[in-house]
Every structure is written in structure tokens, then in C-alpha cells.
Design a protein around this ligand. Structure first.
Ligand SMILES: C[S@@+](CC[C@H](N)C(=O)[O-])C[C@H]1O[C@@H](n2cnc3c(N)ncnc32)[C@H](O)[C@@H]1O
Length: 254
């Protein structure tokens, strides 16, 4: 039987929200990827199934919401998420200096997720999990107040065309979501090379009930230069950075 797009559109919404398989983040990777085209496809699948690398994707994320602490041997009290962790260089540096914390790095490419996990293994870091996930899907995999901090260094600024701005991760709706996923006084550490993105993101954080903080509001004793930060510094480009803290005392005024 074929189903017309019209029938699909008419289906009640709760069929999709109730069925975890329908949620994109929990889906198995699409079949038919050739190892020659993307060798990381097989690496990701096999390493996750056999637990040979500390990485997770799709169906393996289904039971994680609310249970991330148990992922780590020492059940850390505080969990830090890095969104857009790239090849894991910054995540590994921070995790190496803060072994009592649990770190979860997410990225949207198979290759970067595999490379982050491999780097963590090569550095013998037990406190990192590398996850294939989109920053827009966090509420499916994290529970309210499950995170103590979120790192977002140099998210794609989408500057080339005006209409691309809608693809930016940090906007008011996103800030409202992550505010709920953070503990009281949890932090977001944000850096970008785009002044315009910084200004818009700062307004979104402040309007969402965050207040501005500093490194003392994190667990970290020093700043860390990310891969893109170093690349941009060498090109003489600017850097805009701030730490935002969840502030339950602020009344939310639109
Ligand atoms: C410009 S790079 C910055 C990498 C790293 N944070 C740094 O500062 O060196 C942006 C990274 O974010 C990832 N990314 C882009 N959109 C994302 C999204 N919606 N969710 C998670 N990661 C994303 C990209 O794959 C890339 O690794």
C-alpha cells in the first residue's frame, strides 16, 4: 500500500512524538553508505556496538536521557556538554585537566565523532563520550537540570547570505531549552569570531534568563584556545566571548 504525502500530513502528531523511532536523533544510520565514500560510517556503527570507542549515536541514545552519569565509571556529579566538538582537541584538553567531571562532546559528522572518540582513547581519557547529535535535538537526550555546563566554541556563524542566519544554533528558543537542561547556576561558555552573532546570542541568553558571568562560574582554572580560535587568531580575526550563568532570580520579561 502506498501512502500519499497528504495522508502523512493528516496523521495525528502524537503518533510521531510517541514513537521514539520516528525521532531523527534515535534512528539507525541510513543503510547503503559505501565504506569507500565514508569509512567513518562503519567505524561509528561497529565501535558503538562493540564499545571499542567511547561513542554513541542513534538507537544507543534512547535510554540516555536522565542517565548520563552512569555512562562514566565514577558517576560524576557534574556533566559538561560541548556542542560542535569538531575533532575533540579542546574537549580532550579540558577533560584531561578536569578528570572528576564527565564530558559529552556532540557533533554532526561521523568523522568528527569518531576522531573525538579516538583522541580520547589515545589520551587514555575515561571521562569523555563522543556523540553523533545535533545541537537542536538536546531535549531528546538530556533531562532537565542534567548538565552543569555547556561549551559552544565557534559555532557556524552562517554569514554569507542573510537568509542563512536562520540556521544559526543560538537563538531565543535554543537558549530557553538549554536553560532547562542546566542545573541552577549552570553555565554556557560561548565564543565566536562574529561580532554580530555574538550580540544576537548575548541578547538571546540574557532575555532567556541567563546573566553574564566569568571563568569563576565554571569549573575551569584557565581559558582554552580551540582549533578554530587558533586558526582565526593566526588570520588576525576578532574573538567575542562570554560566560552566561543560569539565573533563576531573574524575572523573565519578554
Ligand atoms: C566552526 S567549527 C568549530 C569547532 C570547534 N568548536 C572549535 O572551536 O574549534 C563548528 C563545528 O560544529 C559542528 N556543528 C555544526 N552545526 C552543528 C549542530 N547543529 N550541532 C552540533 N554540531 C554542529 C561542525 O561539524 C563543526 O565541527
Amino acid at each position: 500500500m502506498t501512502t500519499s504525502p497528504r495522508t502523512l500530513r493528516a496523521a495525528p502528531r502524537n503518533i510521531f512524538t510517541m514513537n521514539q523511532n520516528a525521532i531523527r536523533i534515535f534512528r539507525e544510520l541510513p543503510s547503503g553508505h559505501s565504506a569507500e565514500v565514508n569509512p567513518y560510517y562503519e567505524i561509528l556503527k561497529k565501535s558503538c556496538k562493540n564499545k571499542t570507542l567511547p561513542l554513541l549515536y542513534g538507537p544507543f541514545l534512547k535510554e540516555k536521557k536522565g542517565n548520563w552519569r552512569e555512562e562514566f565509571e565514577n558517576s560524576p556529579i557534574d556533566l559538561i556538554l560541548e556542542i560542535g566538538c569538531h575533532k575533540g582537541s579542546t574537549l580532550c584538553q579540558i577533560a584531561e585537566d578536569n578528570k572528576e567531571l564527565g564530558f559529552i562532546g556532540i557533533d554532526i559528522t561521523y568523522k568528527r565523532v569518531c576522531e573525538t572518540a579516538s583522541l580520547a582513547v589515545s589520551k587514555e581519557l575515561q571521562n569523555i563520550r563522543s556523540v553523533l547529535a545535533n545541537g537542536n535535538e538536546l531535549s531528546y537526550i538530556f533531562q532537565e537540570a542534567e548538565l552543569s555546563g555547556i561549551i559552544i566554541f565557534f559555532p557556524d556563524p552562517w554569514l554569507k547570505k542573510k537568509r542563512q542566519k536562520k540556521n544559526r544554533l543560538i537563538k531565543r528558543e535554543f537558549c530557553d531549552i538549554i536553560r532547562n537542561l542546566l542545573k541552577k547556576e549552570g553555565f554556557v561558555w560561548f565564543k565566536t569570531d562574529s561580532e554580530e552573532y555574538f550580540t544576537e546570542a548575548r541578547d538571546a541568553f540574557l532575555n532567556s534568563g541567563f546573566k553574564q558571568g566569568d571563568l569563576n562560574n565554571t569549573f575551569f582554572k584557565k581559558n582554552y584556545e580551540s582549533t578554530f580560535e587558533s586558526r582565526f587568531r593566526k588570520q588576525g580575526l576578532g574573538k567575542y566571548e562570554s560566560i552566561f550563568i543560569v539565573s533563576p532570580s531573574i524575572s523573565l520579561v519578554e
